[in-house]
Design a protein. Sequence first.
Length: 278
Amino acid sequence: MWPFGHLGDDAGALADGSLDEAGEARARAHLDGCDACTDLVRQQQRQRRLTSSLGAVEVPTSLQDRLLALTAADAADAGTDRPRAPWESTPRRSPIRLVAVAAVSVMGLGVVAGGSLVVLGASRTTSPERLTALAAEPMPGGADAVVVETSDGGTDAWPTGWTSPAELPTGTELVTVSELSSGDLRVELSVEGEAVTVLETHGVVDLTDVEVTRSVRVGQLEVHLVGDWWLTQAGGEVVAVTSTDEDLSLSVIREFDASGAPGVLESLSRGWQVIAGG
């Protein structure tokens, strides 16, 4: 039994997929009747999806030089005792030192190596079968999905943190945008009455021992036909699209950016420039 009748630490284990089969079954049964734990698991999944999607962010050489210089200055000061005023209980740090401490604190999110900040978090491998099986998940209104937003056309309804198409075909209506309890995304489109399903999951697609009917180059993407689904790797996410119209499926999937969801790495890079004074 979990503490206080909730999942506790098992929420993180469920998000990681590290529970054994029996433990996962018990946890998912608990989620059916507990909104608080359902929200907690979704938060854990989003956090893992975000950290796993981060790659290497270049640290400006000027920042590295400044931090090394400050470290050397600290070492030199360590052997020098300066008189302190009676009201000073502890040595004070200069504003520059505080900036250095802040920079090092930010670096604590990752490991600096070879001039890059490598953020911790490994991408999981995803098989086409696992992803396309999400099409059988209960739709919004059931316990396993939540409607994020419904819209008439456009891509604004895509939740933050997921890669979205640059644009959608003329006459497209976003029917449902759902984040599943598995931590994946399902979008139902209607393009002039034609149903199109889009699935997204974080990770790297694994085509080992998978029967690929056809592979084509569409825009910036290498797209593979597996069963009735067209799959591609869009940055740190796997995208799958299906409909009864093959050309329509390809027209939707080609609008995804090969680099995946934008914004996070660019923001970190700009942050380094600010710290470096550039």
